[in-house]
Design a protein around this ligand. Structure first.
Ligand SMILES: Cc1cc2nc3c(=O)[nH]c(=O)nc-3n(C[C@H](O)[C@H](O)[C@H](O)COP(=O)(O)OP(=O)(O)OC[C@H]3O[C@@H](n4cnc5c(N)ncnc54)[C@H](O)[C@@H]3O)c2cc1C
Length: 397
């Protein structure tokens, strides 16, 4: 893989910079820089801006995205410049998760109905995989879909469903048949959240935010044509989708921005006679993080390179998931360490729009962020489960 930038690549980078200078809305930037959550309208508005430019569904075949496909290097540049500008992380559930399933396994009708709406962020999707008791052991899921005429009747409960409170549709794994092998008899079903019998209940997390939910299904009637792929083929689709979910989860470009922010802030944090960045112990932690980040970035580039020549992410996605999320947590810890006592008082209202803090102006968001990021080693398949994948698929244990 050649990553030296050609003149065309540098022109592309300039195009991204010019585009962001002209089109990144000030109100969204302000909330991003203060690490305050965006509301639904802001998320959608930002995604529409990118989509109009053809930089939203960059991993879709152009037949569906309607835009020319970017080269691997252009995608890398785009991702990095977006992260440098601290633009919002794109919500992955539609564009990065459900859409690849639909264009890989769906019917023409499903493609026509859902892909344009995802591309234009007109429909907000959420992911209904996990259930109480079926997280790591996902194949033990119990939500049932019983066939009645042209419909399935769905009963059961999904949990940890991210942003389901805003969702218009949910893609679910449901049990369409009870079989001795638990991976069989599972199907991938698309459900309109407005259907009668669906109830969403919030789960408030340790940082005080409302990000995840429980979703209950009580005799929910769903047309049979909403199954994607073959009935009972859901487990294969689930595995396909999870690999895509994990490969995007490392967040390397955002990590680079956060690391340089930490470096800058610690260089202006006065300790004893100098700054925190001059302290050998703290500086060593920053350097170590940078070394690990660079190594992880190259693993990601290798994976992207093999994907761009037709491969699928494979077990490398598990390495990226582990390393990326460990680094995300490590950085969130270093921010807390940098602030010392000032990190400790925090107000759940921060998540609701206030950014009051004791100490430096940025202090209010540090502890909620640290607490919120305990999640990253759990979601998308816990890091222990990823180690199991690596031990089997790479080490052959
Ligand atoms: C913030 C957040 C958002 C999420 N969003 C979504 C979402 O939108 N949609 C969705 O479907 N799910 C979502 N999840 C669910 C997530 O995928 C599960 O939490 C995850 O798969 C772990 O499952 P569990 O919580 O049931 O824990 P468990 O599976 O009960 O695991 C508990 C502990 O045991 C360990 N463990 C379990 N089995 C093994 C094993 N075989 N070997 C070694 N260790 C093991 C785990 O690593 C973990 O530490 C989200 C979770 C979080 C925290």
């Amino acid at each position: 893989m050649n990553l030296s930038f050609s003149k065309e690549d540098l022109d592309f980078k300039q195009e991204v910079v010019d585009f962001l200078d002209a089109n990144y809305p000030g109100d969204i930037k302000e909330r991003q820089d203060k690490r305050l959550p965006l509301d639904k309208e802001q998320n959608i508005r930002w995604q529409k801006i990118l989509s109009k430019k053809g930089w939203f569904a960059v991993n879709w075949p152009s037949e569906y995205s309607g835009s020319p496909e970017l080269s691997l290097t252009q995608k890398y540049i785009l991702q990095n410049v977006l992260a440098e500008y601290n633009t919002p992380v794109l919500l992955p559930f539609g564009v990065g998760m459900c859409a690849p399933v639909i264009f890989s396994f769906g019917t023409d009708k499903q493609k026509k109905q859902h892909l344009p709406a995802i591309l234009n962020s007109d429909v907000w999707w959420c992911q209904g995989y996990s259930e109480p008791g079926s997280g790591s052991d996902l194949a033990s899921l119990k939500t049932k879909a019983d066939k009645e005429g042209d419909s399935y009747i769905v009963n059961g409960c999904k949990t940890w469903t991210t942003l389901a409170q805003h969702a218009d549709w949910i893609f679910c794994l449901v049990r369409t048949e009870t079989t001795p092998i638990k991976q069989e008899g599972i199907s991938f079903l698309l459900i309109d959240m407005k259907t009668a019998g669906i109830e969403v209940k919030p789960i408030i997390t340790v940082d005080g935010s409302h990000e995840v939910n429980m979703v209950f299904f009580d005799n929910v009637k769903v047309p049979c044509e909403n199954i994607v792929g073959e009935v009972g083929q859901g487990w294969n689709i689930a595995k396909f989708l999870l690999m895509h979910e994990r490969s995007g989860i490392a967040g390397i470009s955002s990590l680079k921005r956060e690391l340089s922010r930490l470096r800058e802030l610690s260089a202006s944090t006065i300790v004893n006679e100098g700054t925190l960045l001059d302290e050998p112990a703290f500086r060593a932690k920053i350097e170590q993080t940078e070394i690990e980040l660079t190594a992880t970035e190259f693993t990601e580039l290798r994976t992207l390179s093999s994907m761009s020549s037709g491969g699928s992410p494979g077990a490398e996605a598990s390495i990226l998931k582990i390393k990326g999320t460990e680094l995300q947590q490590k950085l969130s810890e270093l921010f807390v360490e940098m602030l010392g006592y000032y990190a400790h008082p925090f107000f759940a209202e921060n998540e609701l729009g206030s950014n009051d803090s004791i100490g430096p102006e940025y202090a209010g968001s540090i502890m909620p962020h640290y607490l919120n990021y305990r999640k990253v080693s759990i979601y998308g398949g816990s890091n222990e489960i990823q180690r199991n994948v690596i031990s089997k698929a790479i080490l052959g244990l």
